[in-house]
Design a binder for this molecule. Structure first.
Ligand code: G3P
Ligand code: MG
Length: 252
C-alpha cells in the first residue's frame, strides 16, 4: 500500500497549507477545517533552533505570525533562530486575537492519522541551514513513528532529500517539486529520482510531458489552482491532483 492507493478516483483536490481561506495557513485550525473538503492536505516543514520539526511555509516568521509585535523576536525573524519553546509564544494567525500555536510535524501527523486523511509533507529547502543534513531523516522517522508512511507523499524542491528519504524508507511515496522549467530529459530524470509524482507550478503544465510521465506510472500534480477554469484545464491535460487555496469552490 502506498500514498496513491488511498484514492479510488482520479482528479484529486489537495488543501494547500490546510484550508487557508477560512483559517490561517499551516495552523491546526486550517487542518481541522480542511477535513471533509479535500482528498489530501499539503503543509510545509521547517526547523526550530533546537531541531523541532514545525509547520511553517516561510523561512521567517513575520508574514504569518505576530513575531514583529512581540518582545524577544528580532528582524530578520528567522525561524531557525528561535527554540521551540519561544515559538510557542507566537500567534500564527495574524488576522485574529484567538491564538494559534505553531504546530509540530508530529502533532500534525497524529491529527491526520486520527482523521484517516492522507497528507503531502513538503520539506522546505534547508540547504543554507544546519538542518540540511538531518531534515530528511527527522521527517521520515517522524512519519514512520506516527504510522503515516502509507498515507504520506513526501515532496521537496530539494531533490536530494527525496533520494535520501527513499534510502531511509523505500516504501515512502516521493514527489519532485519543480517550478520555472522542466529538468532536461524529464522522464529519465524522474525515474532516476525514483519518484511517483511530479508536483509542478501551473505555469509549466505541458500536456506532452504529463502524458509521457503518466504512461510510465508517474502522476503530475499542479499548484496553485484557484479557479474553475484552471481546474478544468489541469484535469483535461491529465493532471492527477491540484493544490488549491479555495476548497469551498472546488468540487470533490
Ligand atoms: O506543494 C505545492 C506547493 O506548496 C509548493 O509551493 O511555495 O506553496 O510551498 P509552496
Ligand atoms: Mg508547500
Amino acid at each position: 500500500m502506498s500514498f496513491w492507493d488511498n484514492f479510488h478516483k482520479d482528479h484529486l483536490i489537495a488543501a494547500h497549507r490546510g484550508d487557508r481561506y477560512t483559517s490561517a495557513e499551516n495552523t491546526m485550525e486550517a487542518f481541522e477545517n480542511s477535513i471533509g473538503k479535500c482528498d489530501f492536505v499539503e503543509f510545509d516543514v521547517g526547523f526550530s533552533k533546537d531541531g523541532v520539526a514545525v509547520i511553517l511555509h516561510d523561512d521567517t516568521l513575520e508574514r504569518t505570525s505576530d513575531a514583529d509585535k512581540l518582545n524577544g523576536f528580532y528582524p530578520p525573524y528567522n525561524l531557525y533562530d528561535y527554540n521551540y519553546k519561544q515559538l510557542l509564544e507566537l500567534n500564527m494567525d495574524k488576522r485574529s486575537t484567538k491564538k494559534q500555536q505553531i504546530p509540530t510535524l508530529k502533532e500534525t501527523l497524529l491529527f491526520f492519522r486520527s482523521q484517516n486523511m492522507p497528507v503531502n509533507v513538503e520539506i522546505k529547502d534547508l540547504k543554507k541551514t544546519k538542518f540540511d543534513k538531518i531534515a530528511t531523516k527527522v521527517v521520515t522517522e517522524t512519519i514512520k513513528e506516527c504510522d503515516m508512511i502509507e498515507m504520506t507523499m513526501l515532496s521537496s524542491f530539494n531533490h536530494n532529500y527525496l533520494r535520501e528519504a527513499k534510502k531511509i524508507s523505500p516504501q515512502i511515496t516521493t514527489a519532485a517539486l519543480q517550478e520555472k522549467k522542466h529538468p532536461k530529459e524529464c522522464l529519465k530524470y524522474l525515474k532516476e529520482l525514483n519518484v511517483s509524482s511530479y508536483n509542478i507550478d501551473k505555469t509549466i503544465m505541458d500536456k506532452k510531458i504529463i502524458q509521457e510521465l503518466k504512461n510510465e506510472g508517474i502522476y503530475t500534480c499542479v499548484y496553485t489552482i484557484n479557479s474553475q477554469k484552471e481546474l478544468k484545464k489541469a484535469f483535461s491535460l491529465g493532471v492527477e491532483a491540484v493544490f488549491t487555496d479555495y476548497l469551498e469552490d472546488m468540487p470533490l
